[in-house]
Ligand binder design. Structure first.
Ligand code: PAF
Length: 285
């Protein structure tokens, strides 16, 4: 597997592949890879002839008090894992390559409305950072298809919206969440959890499951369902930011007869902030 760090080199390689009639897929990551990321690589491999994985810890999507500095980094291990999962190329640029004018100011991509709710409310500026770097990576690589995990469900909705609004010629594919045996969604940030917190963490998924069961049983009082889940998480020892039942397509407030729902949660365990979500295909009575 080739490893490149310069935009010009990457573009040359993609042009060569295209000249040979090959299709190209992209899997953007921030590294510290786990089985969830590798499933994205395999998903891209099923959709395209060549797969580029990017490892770039994007500074602009971290708030001033967030974990940019301590975010786990291990490029050597990532490289081995990506090669094993069948990636054709690893693109691991320096910050100055992606942000030649610096990371403050400059041109940013704002996905109005969607970026200010849920995660955006608790992490102001986060989605502008994500939308900007993803737009840059899509412009740099000019791929046919790009794959993102459903674990960051709002991020996926934001990316689909920006691709639509900016008329970017790429197909966006969402790949299912990969979970540990006890149900905890895999995340690079799970390494921050103490053993006691790690033991408690699957409660997040269990709370989503319990809420989904109530929706499937016909309950439609969204606020009551959300506050029930918030209460359960608080009692279990979490400090929840939100539990929200939304329309899966655009994260809007659902009508009572909405069929495609998603339940989203963000909660803190000690100093670690976890997010998760569960799709619900509700059949109205
Ligand atoms: O999901 C992530 O790892 C990041 O938000 C992404 C999409 C690679 C952008 O930095």
């Amino acid at each position: 597997m080739e490893v490149l760090s310069q935009i010009a080199e990457l573009r040359r390689q993609v042009a060569d592949w295209r000249a040979a009639g090959l299709t190209v897929g992209l899997v953007p990551t921030m590294g510290s890879l786990h089985a969830g990321h590798l499933s994205l690589v395999r998903c891209a491999g099923a959709a395209a002839d060549r797969v580029i994985a990017t490892v770039f810890v994007n500074p602009t999507q971290f708030g001033p008090n967030e974990d940019f500095e301590r975010y786990p980094r291990n490029l050597g291990r990532d490289r081995e894992l990506l090669a094993g999962a069948g990636a054709s190329l690893l693109f691991a640029p320096a910050v100055a390559e992606i942000y030649p004018g610096g990371t403050v100011g400059g041109t940013t991509v704002e996905v109005t409305g969607l970026a200010d709710i849920l995660e955006g409310r608790f992490r102001p500026g986060h989605f502008a950072g994500v939308a900007t770097v993803v737009t840059k990576l899509l412009n740099i690589a000019q791929v046919d298809v790009a794959v993102f995990g459903e674990k960051d469900f709002q991020q996926l909705v934001v990316i689909r919206r920006l691709v639509r609004d900016l008329c970017l010629p790429v197909r966006i594919v969402g790949a299912p969440i990969v979970r540990d045996v006890d149900g905890l969604a895999l995340s690079s940030r799970n390494v921050y959890l103490s053993p006691a917190e790690r033991a408690l963490a699957p409660t997040l998924q269990r709370t989503l499951q319990a809420t989904r069961a109530r929706v499937l049983a016909g309950e439609r009082g969204w606020e009551q369902l959300e506050s029930g889940a918030l209460e359960a998480l608080t009692q279990a020892g979490f400090v929840p930011d939100y539990v929200a039942i939304r329309r899966a397509a655009d994260l809007g407030a659902p009508a009572a007869d909405e069929a495609e729902l998603v339940i989203l949660v963000a909660a803190r365990l000690g100093t670690t902030r976890l997010i998760d979500n569960l799709r619900v295909e509700a059949v109205s009575a």
